[in-house]
Ligand binder design. Structure first.
Ligand code: FAD
Length: 446
C-alpha cells in the first residue's frame, strides 16, 4: 500500500481523500491542514453573516467524523512548511514542533489567500477579509459586539458583492469602492451596469474608478484616490486572492504564467509523484487552450475526480476550465461562462457580440422580469467563446444552457434549434436563448 499525503483539507483536499477511499481501503492517507477546520462550506460563509444560514454548524463537518468516515489520519492546526521531492519527504509544523515524514504520493490543495495589502493607517481590528472560518467568526463577533452602522467594502468582485447584500441584511449601511469603472469584472460593462443600478436601488453607495489610498482616524476614515473620503465603522477588503504557491515554488515545482502551480491534464505537477488541484493551480481554458487561473468550487471537485482516477491507474484527462460562475446580488442573479470581452481582447481573438434584453417568461403571466443575455462568438464560424446573463429570474437556467452548449462545441447556429420547453410561467415559445441565436446568426450571414 501507498503512503499518500494531502496538504489542505477543504474543497480540493477533502474531496480527494473521500474519492481515494472509494476504491482503495488500504493506502495510508494523512491529511494536513494548517487551520482548525476542514471540509467546511466556504461558499456559505457570506450567508451565515447575513443570517440566511442560521446555524454555524451547518457550514462545518466535525474533524473526527471525517477522519473516521474515510479512515484517514487527520492533522489539523498543522502546516506543511517544505517539500523535499528528491527524498519524497515533507516537513510540517504543529504545536509540538517541527517534524518530517515520507510520502509515496503527495497531493497539494493549499488553496488561495485573500489579498490584504497594507495601507497606511489601517486598523486590523476593524478591517477584515473573508476566506476561512476564523475570518467569518471575526466579522460576526465584530458585528455583534461593536454594532457597526456603516461598512466600506473595497473590491466589487463576487465576495465584495455577496458581502454587501449580507451586511445590508444586518442593517449596516454599505459603501462599495472599486478602482475599475464597473462592478464585477467577470461580466462586460453593459451587463455590469444592471447590477450597478440594482445596488443603487437598494441604497448601496457605489464609488467606481476610485481606489483606497490610505486610512486615517484610527482606521475609520478611508481616503480615496480622488480626494474624497468615506467614514466606515468597519471595512471588508475583497480585493482578490493569491494562489498559495510558496511551498511548491520553494521545492522547485514549476509555476505557470498565471502565477499558479503548473499541472498537466492529470493534475500532476512537474514532479510526477506530486499532484495539485483547486485554487492553487493553473489549468487550460476549455475553448482556447490558453493558461487560466480560476478559483471556483466546481472545478476543484472535478479536478479531485481526475486526480484520483489517475492516481488509481486511470487516464481520463481534465477537459479544461470553462469558468462558469453565478452569484446573487440582492434580487438579481448574474452569471458568466467562458471568456468575456476583456479576456478575448487580451487573447487577440476575432469575435462578435450580441445581446438580448427581454422578459424571463410570457409577459402576460404574472412575475415576468427583465433579463439580459449576451453571447460572444467567433466572427468567422460562430463558435461560442463566452456568455453572460443578468436578471431576477431564469438566469441560472440560461447560464447552464449556454455553458452546456459551449462544452458541446455548438455554434450560435445551434441556439435557435434548441427546444427548451415552454409554458407561460417559464419562458416564451421562442426562448430568449433561441432569439439570441437568431440575432447572432443574422450577424454572420449578413
Ligand atoms: P481551499 O478550500 O481554500 O482549501 C485550502 C486549505 O489548505 C485551507 O484550509 C488552508 O488552511 C490549507 N493550507 C494551505 N496551505 C497549507 C499548508 N502549507 N499546510 C497545511 N495546510 C495548508 N466558489 C464557487 O464556485 N461558488 C461560490 O459561491 C463561492 N463562494 C465563495 C465565497 C467565499 C467567501 C470564498 C472565500 C470562496 C468562495 N468560492 C466559491 C471559492 C471556493 O471556495 C474555492 O474555489 C474552493 O474552496 C477551492 O478549494 P481548494 O481546495 O483549492 O482551497
Amino acid at each position: 500500500a501507498n503512503k499518500i499525503i494531502i496538504v489542505g483539507g477543504v474543497a480540493g483536499g477533502a474531496n480527494v481523500a473521500a474519492q481515494i477511499r472509494r476504491n482503495d481501503k488500504k493506502s495510508d492517507i494523512t491529511l494536513f491542514d494548517k487551520g482548525e477546520h476542514v471540509a467546511f462550506s466556504t461558499c456559505g460563509m457570506p450567508y451565515y453573516i447575513g443570517g440566511v444560514v442560521e446555524n454555524r454548524d451547518h457550514l462545518l463537518v466535525s474533524s473526527d467524523k471525517i477522519a473516521d468516515k474515510f479512515g484517514i489520519n487527520l492533522q489539523t492546526n498543522t502546516e506543511v512548511t517544505s517539500i523535499d521531492p528528491e527524498n519524497q519527504k515533507i516537513t510540517y509544523q504543529d504545536s509540538s514542533g517541527e517534524h518530517q515524514t515520507f510520502y509515496d504520493k503527495l497531493i497539494l490543495s493549499p488553496g488561495a489567500s485573500a489579498k490584504k495589502p497594507e495601507f497606511e493607517g489601517m486598523n486590523d481590528k476593524r478591517t477584515f477579509t473573508l476566506h476561512d472560518i476564523p475570518d467569518m467568526d471575526a466579522i460576526e463577533h465584530y458585528i455583534k459586539t461593536k454594532k457597526p452602522q456603516t461598512c466600506a467594502i473595497v473590491g466589487a468582485g463576487f465576495i465584495g458583492l455577496e458581502m454587501v447584500e449580507n451586511l445590508h441584511a444586518r442593517g449596516i449601511d454599505c459603501t462599495i469602492i472599486d478602482r475599475n469603472k464597473q462592478v464585477m469584472k467577470l461580466v462586460d460593462e453593459d451587463q455590469a451596469s444592471m447590477i450597478e443600478e440594482h445596488l443603487k436601488a437598494k441604497n448601496v453607495h457605489l464609488l467606481l474608478e476610485n481606489g483606497l489610498k490610505s486610512f486615517s482616524n484610527n482606521g475609520a476614515t478611508l481616503n480615496l484616490t480622488d480626494g474624497e473620503s468615506v467614514q466606515a465603522d468597519m471595512t471588508i477588503m475583497a480585493v482578490g486572492i493569491k494562489p498559495n504557491t510558496k511551498v511548491a515554488e520553494d521545492s522547485g515545482l514549476a509555476i505557470g504564467e498565471t502565477g499558479a502551480i503548473k499541472v498537466n491534464d492529470y493534475m500532476q505537477t512537474s514532479d510526477p509523484d506530486i499532484y495539485a488541484l483547486g485554487d492553487a493551480v493553473q489549468t487550460n481554458d476549455l475553448l482556447t487552450g490558453a493558461p487560466r487561473h480560476v478559483a471556483l468550487a466546481g472545478p476543484a471537485h472535478r479536478q479531485a475526480f481526475i486526480l484520483v482516477n489517475h492516481l488509481q491507474g486511470g487516464n481520463a484527462p481534465y477537459a479544461g476550465i470553462q469558468g462558469t460562475a453565478i452569484f446573487k446580488v440582492f434580487d438579481l442573479s448574474a452569471g458568466a461562462t467562458g471568456l468575456n470581452k476583456a479576456e478575448l481582447n487580451h487573447l487577440g481573438i476575432n469575435y462578435k457580440e450580441v445581446d438580448h434584453q427581454t422578459l424571463s417568461h410570457a409577459g402576460y403571466y404574472p412575475g415576468a422580469e427583465k433579463i439580459s443575455l449576451k453571447v460572444l462568438f467567433d466572427a468567422e464560424n460562430g463558435r461560442m467563446y463566452g456568455a453572460q446573463a443578468v436578471g431576477r429570474e431564469g438566469i441560472d437556467k440560461r447560464l447552464a444552457i449556454m455553458a452546456t452548449a459551449m462544452k458541446a462545441n455548438m455554434t450560435v447556429f445551434d441556439l435557435p434549434e434548441l427546444e427548451l420547453g415552454y409554458a407561460p410561467p417559464y419562458s416564451s415559445p421562442k426562448d430568449p436563448i433561441n432569439v439570441l441565436g437568431y440575432k447572432a446568426e443574422s450577424m454572420l450571414e449578413s
